[in-house]
Ligand binder design. Structure first.
Ligand SMILES: Nc1nc2c(c(=O)[nH]1)N[C@H]1C(S)=C(S)[C@@H](COP(=O)(O)O)O[C@H]1N2
Ligand SMILES: [Mo]
Length: 205
């Protein structure tokens, strides 16, 4: 094993993870084309008003932004340390498009139907972002341009690229990888990789 260069890396790395050379890019399917005139982000499902919300690119790109520095942990075991994301915090979205009080879960939808479910408590964490910049530049097309969810405290498959909708859910449902054998919660510090590890209450009934 290579010795980590940063002495902090050892304590910052969740169990079973390693730091690779370079920054791998991984996703399923092809990279969509961004069309600012037709792009919109929808917030739907169990909203407090019962109505869906739509944010045009013009509106979304004018929302206040925050910066989050976070490590990024892929379930295939590589971790990228210290990405700097800038974007609209999930908390801001929750204020502008409030969920119904019974909504305990969220489905994050990317282009082409990729999806990942997270608990509302994970979505509402102050470091969850709808990111538009990575390391000081607009996110590149293959990393999720124009908007990518970043849920840094969960495995990276929950950080949906090319985000197009946020669905508030009263009942939990599994997203793309969660349906294919991956853990519903996905906490890297507890090494929640696979659905067979789920404890009662961690997945949909
Ligand atoms: N829309 C979409 N988002 C996605 C994926 C995908 O296939 N489609 N793959 C996920 C997985 S498994 C990982 S590890 C990260 C990879 O992000 P990166 O390519 O920026 O390293 O994106 C996640 N977000
Ligand atoms: Mo991944």
């Amino acid at each position: 094993m290579d010795r980590p260069e940063d002495p902090l890396e050892e304590t910052r790395l969740p169990p079973g993870q390693y730091v690779p050379r370079g920054h791998p890019v991984i996703h399923y399917g092809r990279v969509p084309t961004f069309r600012p005139e037709t792009w919109e982000l929808q917030v739907m499902g169990a909203t407090a008003s019962g109505e869906p919300y739509r944010f045009s690119w013009q509106r979304f790109s004018g929302l206040p932004r925050t910066t989050v520095v976070a490590d990024f942990h892929c379930v295939t075991k590589f971790s990228i340390m210290g990405y700097e994301w800038c974007g609209v915090s999930a908390a801001t979205l929750l204020e502008l498009a409030p969920p119904a009080p019974q909504a305990r879960h969220v489905m994050l939808w990317g282009e082409y139907g990729y999806s990942a479910n997270v608990r509302m408590s994970d979505f509402a964490r102050d470091r969850t972002l709808l990111a538009v910049e990575l390391d000081g530049r607009p996110i590149s097309p293959e990393r999720g341009h124009p908007v990518r969810a970043v849920v840094p405290h969960l495995y990276a498959w929950k950080s949906v690229k090319w985000l197009r909708a946020v669905e508030y859910m009263v009942e939990d449902r599994r997203g793309f990888w969660e349906e294919r054998g991956y853990h519903n919660v996905a906490d890297p510090w507890r090494e929640q990789r696979y659905s067979y590890q789920e404890e009662p209450g961690e997945g949909p009934p």
